[in-house]
Write a protein that binds this ligand. Structure first.
Ligand code: GAP
Length: 498
């Protein structure tokens, strides 16, 4: 299967077939905000459900919660987001366009790599990236500015190199909460959460106590997060409103390294269970660690725009729980009555360390669609046009089965409707009578439906139907009565743990 590098083709396909629309499109859209259409919402839900199932149902020691988007403003002071959740930015004085410094440099290095050339000062792309990582790690803003100037990186809009100094810019959205009069001098500002993780930390003790959870244990959550991204482009890869699927795994201090390695592997295995090839993934260890981490890496996927982060695995130490303990004045500790072999005594009270796995649902969606989309060249086959097909894993496909009576008469629709009634409670089906059968197949291929069943005249005679398999386009005759179980089995979640 030939993988496309054409992001534009994917964007157009998603729009044409009801997966993703620009937000408020009739008002010309809202930058970096998107709506999921009928097939997109279902595909996104299926990815979310698969993640939730893998994390909670398939782990005895992980439970899921659903915390509110609004949180007490002190949460963000404690977590460090008010002071540290910012990116180094630079403005072009001529176009007035603001760029995230790392994105500006990376886009430039991508470009010189493609053109097989070097920067103005003779530096090659890889050397520039190594230098950038080291300057970012040291918060050396003057050094970053010098790197941009020396390389002669131009603004994509104005084409000039007339840059401001590098400055920090906080990414959190702030809004007013309730009707408390601002004139009374009260600050009633709250933030839209920039990550779902803090809803888990502040509920750590609630869940541990009510669920009688024993360390090591995890709390999972999916939900919206908001970031005022400066350079928001590349479709749903970088949005201002997006969804995260996060899990915080609470461990005994000193064991975090082995749990970090174990989650790194387990999360990559999850990605591979989507049927995506191992060559399309790589780990990227962070040179600059976030303010809360003692180790961190990204799982990167080879998107049409190149290898980019789809998921982060972070060893967050006890930073968040300690901070919430300090700011709230409430104890967030765990009593571990397992015996420490070294002392022969219980481990006792401690603040657990945390391994976090954090995947963007929208990025996972883009990854799944990018790996599934194919414009197949069938021109060498007699009388066959090209076809656009989404090779989605059957368990993620928005529609599992299309039920297609060959004609609108002779009792075929009645038989098809009966099959529809039988299958609908078990998986999503689609019914269609209109148009030639070939055209109907093509439409299902384009939205990734793994199976099409055609009810024809022979069905009336011997109770069999034609089932067509999307990827190979092969067809076979099977008993009508076998369809429900056949499709249900083929669309079940893959069992990661035998
Ligand atoms: N709690 C840790 C955390 O939020 P992160 O690396 O900033 O870590 C985790 O974000 C994941 O969220 C990323 O790997 C990415 O998939 C997704 N993500 C982050 N910012 C995003 C954005 N602006 N648009 C879409 N997805 C985003």
């Amino acid at each position: 299967m030939a993988k496309t590098r054409d992001l534009q083709a994917i964007i157009s396909h998603c729009k044409e077939y009801g997966f993703i629309f620009p937000s408020s499109e009739i008002y010309d859209g809202l930058s970096a905000v998107y709506d999921y259409g009928q097939y997109g919402a279902q595909l996104k839900k299926n990815i979310r459900d698969y993640w939730w199932w893998s994390m909670t149902q398939m782990h005895e020691n992980i439970v899921g919660i659903d915390a509110a988007i609004f949180m007490h403003p002190t949460v963000w002071k404690a977590s460090g987001h008010v002071d540290n959740f910012s990116d180094p930015m630079i403005d072009n004085k001529d176009s007035k366009k603001r760029y995230r410094v790392d994105h500006l440099i990376e886009a430039f290095t991508d470009q010189i790599k493609q053109q097989n050339t070097t920067a103005k000062n003779g530096m090659d792309a890889d050397t520039m990236l190594v230098q950038m990582d080291s300057l970012l790690a040291n918060d050396d803003f003057a050094g970053l500015k010098s790197l941009i100037d020396a390389a002669g990186i131009p603004c994509a809009i104005s084409g000039t190199c007339n840059w401001t100094d590098v400055r920090q810019f906080n990414l959190m959205f702030r809004t007013e909460f309730g009707a408390v009069a601002a004139e009374e001098g009260e600050d009633n500002g709250v933030y839209l959460r920039p990550e779902t993780a803090q809803g888990i930390f502040v509920n750590f003790l609630n869940v541990q106590k009510t669920g009688r959870m024993k360390v090591p244990f995890g709390i999972a959550q999916t939900g919206k997060a908001f970031r005022n991204e400066i350079v928001a482009r590349q479709f749903i890869f970088r949005m201002r409103e997006f969804e995260q699927m996060e899990m915080q795994f609470f461990v005994r201090p000193g064991t975090q390294k082995e749990w970090y390695e174990s989650w790194k592997k387990e999360r990559l295995d999850w990605h591979l269970s989507l049927g995506i090839s191992a060559e399309d993934y790589r780990y990227h260890d962070h040179a600059k660690l976030a303010h809360y981490a003692d180790a961190a890496c990204d799982i990167e996927y080879d998107f049409p725009i190149g290898f980019k982060e789809v998921e982060g695995i972070h060893s967050r130490t006890d930073f968040d729980l300690q901070q919430h303990q300090k700011y709230s004045g409430k104890k967030l500790q765990y009593f571990d009555n397992d015996l420490d072999e070294a002392t022969g005594k219980p481990f006792g009270n401690y603040t657990p360390y945390v391994i976090e796995t954090s995947i963007g649902l929208d990025r996972a969606f883009l990854m799944v669609v990018s790996s599934a989309y194919e414009l197949e060249d069938l021109s060498t086959d007699e009388k066959k046009d090209d076809r656009v097909v989404m090779h989605l894993p059957a368990f993620l496909a928005p529609t599992k089965l299309a039920i297609l009576p060959l004609t609108k008469k002779d009792g075929l629709p009645e038989l098809a409707r009966e099959l529809m009634q039988q299958c609908m409670p078990h998986f999503s089906c689609f019914y269609e009578e209109k148009d030639a059968i070939g055209k109907r197949y093509r439409r299902q291929d384009a939205i990734g439906t793994p199976f099409c069943v055609t009810i024809d005249h022979q069905t009336k005679e011997d109770g069999t139907v034609t089932i067509r398999h999307r990827d190979a386009m092969t067809q076979e005759r099977v008993a009508l009565s076998a369809i429900k179980d056949l499709v249900a089995n083929a669309c079940a979640f893959p069992c990661q743990k035998p």
